[in-house]
Write a protein that binds this ligand. Structure first.
Ligand SMILES: Nc1nc2c(c(=O)[nH]1)N[C@H]1C(S)=C(S)[C@@H](COP(=O)(O)O)O[C@H]1N2
Ligand SMILES: [Mo]
Length: 335
């Protein structure tokens, strides 16, 4: 995603070295005493957790535990794919509010307070308001949605989210006849989000994203509060994030504090920063390359030097049922 820092590119060390070795080595280099090297290997590096225990919710607040009792497990499954290990999904992240490196969010995101959390719903709605997270979630039954996630940087994962259709929330807010788009905003909190401090001025904060109304109302589009049977880890966008599985990952905005229905196409962060590289639509499309790399293939995590785990990228990330949303549109122009 980075375009303004020339020293960084798709070829990060983390992308040509198995992740565990890379992290262990970085920590090793950070320590002067060799004797500490063994202790420096992160505890999760050895965990062979290729799956997850649905009976283990970890530590979670009451509202989550209550919701968990009625989860529709595997409401959407993926065929012929294995779920990405929890450790990769939680230690290889993009969350620029916590720094530009893939391991920065795991290291820094715990500083963000997520309780209490409020979400403003406003704009072209009959029922605008400011809701506590608990009240916002309360009417909804959680579903497990196992989705592919394809980053515009050409890596991918398969993640079991816990969430509910965004359409249900929008319907409750009673959109006016003028509502044509939905705009989302992430928390702005430079005290706890070190990437938002001016000396890291990578992006314009808060991070913002948006969808056309029909995309927002599509049944695949969800707001997630959990993953792998647990509450969302902070680095994955706690306590509330968007997941739009047929679009590049940057559309799936994290740690949402505001949802606004609008008449005009909203400002979106990456598109504003480099419109020729990151479109408003950002549908996964193997036929439309990024100006600086091909989008025909992707590295499925875990991926390393000796097992790059490369596979072909699928149109709409394999979610062909959304194709009708774009009939008549030139997807090379509306990338
Ligand atoms: N607020 C915010 N949301 C964000 C990002 C970000 O930097 N800030 N990165 C995006 C990108 S580029 C990707 S690929 C996904 C990554 O989600 P994950 O870390 O849960 O896999 O989050 C998206 N949402
Ligand atoms: Mo991404």
């Amino acid at each position: 995603m980075l375009i303004k820092i020339p020293s960084r590119s798709l070829c990060l060390p983390s992308e040509i070295t198995p992740e565990s070795i890379y992290l262990a080595r970085r920590r090793f280099m950070a320590l002067s005493a060799t004797a500490l090297a063994v202790a420096s290997i992160p505890s999760w590096a050895s965990a062979a957790a290729s799956n997850y225990d649905v009976d283990d919710p970890g530590a979670a607040p009451d509202w989550f535990m209550q919701k968990r009792e009625s989860i529709r497990w595997k409401a959407v499954d993926v065929q012929g794919e294995s779920i990405t290990p929890f450790t990769d999904a939680t230690h290889y992240n993009n969350f620029y509010e916590f720094g530009p490196d893939k391991d920065d969010p795991a290291a820094n995101a715990d500083r963000m307070p997520t309780e209490p959390w409020t979400v403003v719903i406003d704009g072209e709605v009959g029922k605008p308001g400011r809701y506590s997270l608990e009240d916002l979630i309360q009417p909804h039954t959680l579903e497990e949605r196992i989705y592919r996630l394809r980053c515009v940087e050409a890596w991918s994962m398969v993640i079991p989210w816990l969430g509910f259709p965004l359409a249900d929330l929008i319907t409750r807010a009673e959109p006016t006849g003028k509502a044509r788009f939905v705009a989302f905003e992430t928390l702005k909190d430079p005290e706890h989000m070190l990437g938002q401090r001016s000396r890291f001025g990578l992006l314009e904060w808060p991070y913002r994203e948006g969808l056309r109304m029909d995309e927002a109302m599509h049944s695949l589009t969800i707001l997630a509060v959990g993953m792998y049977g647990r509450q969302l880890p902070n680095q994955n966008g706690a306590p509330l994030r968007l997941v739009v599985p047929w679009k590049y990952g940057f559309k799936s905005i994290k740690s949402i504090v505001r949802i606004s229905l609008t008449e005009q196409q909203p400002y979106t962060t990456w598109n504003a920063m480099a419109a020729n590289e990151y479109g408003f639509y950002a549908n996964v499309n193997p036929n439309v390359d990024h100006p600086r790399w091909s989008q025909a293939q992707e590295r499925r995590l875990p991926s390393g030097l000796f097992s790059p785990n490369v596979r072909d990228t699928l149109m709409f990330n394999g979610y062909e049922e959304v194709a009708s949303l774009y009939s008549g549109m030139d997807l090379a122009k509306n990338y």
